[in-house]
Design a protein around this ligand. Structure first.
Ligand code: SF4
Ligand code: SF4
Length: 223
């Protein structure tokens, strides 16, 4: 089927260009927390989700606050995701279909720290993992140590299904969080406590971005 052929071609391209994970979901704007207009891609039927694994060694340098090394690494991961999403969109366009690469890390609602859509929720629908106690996507292999990007398209594609999984007895991120912002379930995540801590980090550690990395470091997955 043409949807299988397209899927395999795009997946091969993504993995060859540095991506660690590739999957496709039916695009559901509500589930993806989309803030896009129809003209910007909200009417497109498929969401391609790609993830790049972060460096375990860089994350291991984090104790209870982000490091300058992690800040650089985080930015480079976003650049790589954006570049591959851009290239993939050109490839799709050459096939006569529409493609919208969604920025990996661009805030459009500063108060609520929301982007054009939630890459995390798209990634869950595309089968990359489950939402963990740290309120991040937990991949069975790489844990929360992955960053994601999304490309919306109307190119016919086979779709993946969400995977079953949960955190089990692990509470490593809950114990590590310096803000006390995590609890028993993802719904217990306290956005305001977390965000206040990120603002403090940005001021006091010359980070310049609202990042942390502590609950990412605590969640390495199997490999
Ligand atoms: S990002 Fe940092 S402050 Fe926020 S929940 Fe994770 S560990 Fe806690
Ligand atoms: S560190 Fe453990 S409890 Fe936290 S999200 Fe990862 S697997 Fe779940």
């Amino acid at each position: 089927m043409i949807s299988d052929v397209n899927y395999e071609e795009l997946k091969e391209f993504a993995l060859r260009n540095g991506m660690s994970l590739f999957g496709v979901a039916k695009f559901d704007p509500a589930e993806a927390r989309s803030m896009l207009s129809e003209r910007e891609g909200n009417d497109l039927p498929f969401a391609i989700s790609m993830g790049v694994r972060l460096s375990r060694a860089v994350l291991d340098g984090i104790d209870d606050h982000p490091t300058l090394l992690y800040q650089w690494h985080y930015r480079q991961a976003n650049y790589l995701l954006d570049r591959v999403a851009f290239q993939l969109s050109l490839l799709i366009q050459e096939k006569g279909a529409r493609a919208v690469p969604i920025p990996a890390s661009q805030i459009v609602d500063w108060e609520n720290q929301r982007a054009h859509l939630s890459h995390k929720h798209v990634a869950r629908l595309a089968g990359h993992g489950w939402i963990g106690r740290n309120n991040l996507l937990v991949n069975p292999r790489f844990g929360a140590q992955v960053r994601y990007v999304t490309v919306l398209t109307d190119l016919p594609l086979r779709t993946d299904e969400p995977v079953e999984g949960d955190c089990g007895d692990c509470r490593a991120c809950v114990e590590a969080c310096p803000a006390g912002a995590l609890g028993e379930t993802p719904e217990d995540y306290d956005f305001h406590r977390c965000f206040e801590k990120l603002k403090e980090f940005a001021r006091e550690h010359r980070i310049g971005h609202y990042i942390c990395g502590v609950c990412v470091r605590a969640c390495p997955g199997r490999t």
